[in-house]
Design a protein around this ligand. Structure first.
Ligand code: ADP
Ligand code: UDP
Length: 239
């Protein structure tokens, strides 16, 4: 399929979304930009978009090969992915296996503590509100998802986490936590959308526990691209 990207529909914090010649398909372009702390910390690093794009494209393909329904149609280039246009659910689904980040800050658990079972959390995707944590009662109150839809998405998210934990383990990486986004397709139901990359996951080296993800940027430890390239290398994608 040779499709051209047309006009820009949405400029997000790290990616651009373009219309294509097919109204049902969009092109997502991964930029070099980095943000953290609800956009308060901003930066850019050459090669970040390419590395994140390649990793995400590979993982979406991997998930799809293992039965997970995703938005990805085709890789147009290292930073450009052709996807199905979805009505996005304004909820970020975080799955965690190890305490880190906001879980540590909010609950006072020791960083690095392994959780007895994967934890699923819901966050309202609203930059103006600082993406607040949602109780399931809030999800119902705001009519974001029905109980049945929450159950469906929870099960998909846990399945994705299990598959990716295993794949990263083969690369000597510990999948600590990850953020997922889902969208509704008119015929196919919920599909995994957006991206899965070191921008949206915490990945720790199995032996040393060092971070190979966006935490390096959050902690002001630039450059991050060598770490992202190390992930590419360990997944067998690049020398
Ligand atoms: P943000 O909007 O949070 O700043 P990005 O820079 O990642 O984030 O922008 C990408 C945008 O594209 C996000 O708003 C995401 O929800 C949206 N998106 C991802 N996949 C799809 C899809 N398949 N269909 C429609 N929108 C999508
Ligand atoms: N995450 C994300 N986008 C967000 C918030 C979180 O991709 O807007 C990812 C983050 O990279 C981590 C997981 O979700 O892998 C859990 O993040 P946490 O709630 O600990 O928030 P943080 O303190 O990292 O902002």
């Amino acid at each position: 399929m040779i499709l051209q990207k047309l006009d820009l529909l949405h400029r997000g914090k790290a990616k651009d979304v373009y219309r294509t010649e097919d109204d049902d398909l969009l092109c997502i372009h991964f930029r070099d930009d980095l943000t953290a702390g609800d956009g308060t910390r901003k930066g850019s690093e050459e090669g970040k978009g390419r590395a994140a794009g390649l990793i995400s494209a590979y993982l979406f393909r991997y998930l799809s090969d293992h039965g997970i329904p995703t938005h990805q149609v085709e890789v147009m280039g290292p930073q450009d992915i052709l996807v199905k246009s979805l009505s996005m659910v304004p909820v970020e689904v975080v799955v965690r296996q190890v305490a880190a980040g906001s879980l540590v800050k909010r609950l006072g658990l020791p960083a690095g503590q392994v959780l007895p079972r994967p934890l699923v959390e819901w966050y309202y995707k609203r930059d103006d509100l600082g993406d607040p944590l949602l109780a399931e009662e809030h999800v119902r109150l705001l009519h974001l998802l029905t109980d049945e839809e929450m159950a469906q998405i929870r099960s998909l998210a846990l399945g994705i986490f299990r598959l990716l934990s295993q794949r990263f383990k083969e690369a000597n990486l510990l999948l600590v936590d990850m953020k997922l986004e889902f969208g509704r397709h008119p015929k196919e139901g919920f599909l995994l959308a957006d991206e899965v990359s070191p921008d949206t996951c915490r990945l720790w080296d199995e032996e040393t526990g060092s971070s190979l993800d966006k935490d390096l940027f959050r902690q002001g430890k630039a450059p991050i691209v060598p770490a992202y390239r190390e992930v590419l290398h360990r997944l067998g994608l690049e020398e």
